[in-house]
Design a protein around this ligand. Structure first.
Ligand SMILES: [Zn+2]
Length: 448
């Protein structure tokens, strides 16, 4: 008892900023722990065994080429779906890519989608997680060389499949789609087809997580070894912003608060809540120099999307013919993948998807009242239009120079006035349920 009192005294004497309350959902924690590096390794090695998964490679063989690879992925996903009580269905998302950039003749292409339907019929939200199963070597048009693509991007493909396996057994109010897409290396063709389809069919896509190159922990050039950190790339000014929206950003700020950047901050908070020894590095740019990825077509269609990639890339292992040159080994082989690290990034993705799909939807019409000159801040919003009602809301606040949200105010009303000036801070509002699952934060629009 004496020690307990001393301990409480110790806690009370800590400065406020040193206290972090970690409240975990036992169900999410259990799923996070079930993600297995052994399964991930087996999947990556199996994908490499198809020799080439190039988008233009053979589709008739049962053992090699893109056709064999996609059939195997679909059959595996169907095995996982059998544990879902009929809620997970697996489909080819099939389309014909016409002749064009990096496509020498019209070709029928197939993404694999495993759709875990949400349990709440009034909740229309859809969450997507993706990796690309196609691979390439030096010559992007060489379809039938040995093209292992173990890290780029069997790692992201294995991640998406492992999450389908673990999450198929569980139920969530919102829908989760586990994607493995084709055509990335030729021009983001697979993800473009899904993004356009989502737009045309009116999918309520709340967030898309792209995982591409998530398995290497040794940056050869700089000899940096890092199995704790993962980068998350997000756009600042929304990729689909109109001139009017850009003008508003110029006037009032908010160029660091696109929906995708709120998602990036959310992945850091939730991922580090559930995964030990993880440091999510927010990279405030859409993607790396000279590179793109499957989140871009989703951003172009107006959806919220981010990209996960390892901290220190080894460019001798990407898009390379397998060879030794001047004593240097080239090639994207499975022995260079750190499977425990892919497991860690998978656990990060799972915690984010599970928390989002369990949470109420975002508040609607989030506004900041600008009709008066005042040193206070009045915010208003409406409850989400669909799905379960929130228990309350967090109003988030930070200094304009801070990369992360710094304070949370819990309110149960749909309006609040804070004694902090709207001119001096940034704010956002997120829904939260009784178990603490938070929606994505919404940056307010000015209301007069
Ligand atoms: Zn890639």
């Amino acid at each position: 008892m004496k020690y307990l009192k001393l301990f409480i005294l110790f806690l009370l004497t800590l400065p406020a900023s040193a206290q972090t309350v970690i409240k975990q959902d036992a169900g999410i924690k259990q799923m996070v722990e079930e993600v297995s590096s052994k399964n991930i390794e087996a999947t990556i090695r199996k994908l490499v065994s198809f020799k080439s998964r190039h988008t233009l490679s053979d589709t008739t063989s049962k053992t090699t080429g893109s056709g064999a690879a996609r059939n195997w992925i679909k059959a595996e996903m169907e095995k996982y779906a059998s544990a879902s009580g009929g809620r997970m269905t697996v489909q080819f998302d099939t389309f014909t890519q016409p002749k064009g950039v990096r496509i020498d003749k019209p070709v029928k292409l197939k993404n694999v989608l495993a759709i875990l339907k949400g349990t709440d019929p009034t909740d229309t939200r859809v969450y997507l997680v993706s990796g690309h199963y196609d691979s390439r070597i030096n010559d992007v048009m060489d379809a039938n060389g040995v093209e292992p693509g173990a890290n780029d991007d069997a790692s992201g493909t294995a991640l998406s499949m492992e999450l389908a396996r673990v999450m198929a057994k569980k139920s969530f109010p919102a829908t989760i789609i586990f994607m493995t897409v084709v055509g990335e290396e030729q021009g983001l063709y697979g993800s473009t087809n899904v993004a356009k389809r989502a737009k045309a069919e009116g999918w309520n896509v709340d967030a898309m997580l792209n995982n591409d190159i998530v398995g290497n922990t040794h940056g050869m050039e700089t000899d940096l070894k890092d199995n704790r950190s993962v980068r998350v790339f997000s756009d600042g000014v929304p990729t689909d912003a109109t001139d009017k929206q850009v003008a508003a950003l110029k006037a009032l700020g908010g160029e660091n608060d696109s929906p995708s950047r709120e998602l990036a901050r959310y992945t850091k908070e939730i991922g580090e809540r559930y995964v030990d020894q993880l440091d999510v590095k927010l990279i405030y740019r859409r993607d790396r120099y000279l590179r793109g990825g499957d989140h871009l077509p989703f951003l172009e269609q107006g959806f919220t999307a981010v990209r996960f990639t390892e901290m220190n890339e080894d460019f001798n292992r990407q898009h390379q013919n397998i060879r030794t040159e001047n004593g240097v080994d080239y090639g994207d082989l499975p022995d260079f993948v750190d499977f425990n690290y892919v497991q860690k990034v998978s656990r990060l993705n799972l915690s984010v998807l599970a928390n989002l799909a369990s949470a109420p939807a975002e508040p609607q019409k989030v506004g900041i009242i600008t009709s008066d000159l005042t040193n206070k801040t009045k915010l208003t919003w409406e409850a989400p239009a669909t799905g379960k009602k929130p228990a309350g809301y967090y109003v988030l606040m930070r200094e304009t120079t801070s990369p992360y949200w710094e304070r949370k105010f819990y309110v149960t009303d749909t309006t609040t006035t804070l004694a902090y000036s709207k001119d001096n801070y940034f704010f956002a509002v997120q829904s939260v349920d009784a178990d603490g699952h938070e929606s994505l934060p919404v940056f307010p629009k000015p209301i007069r």
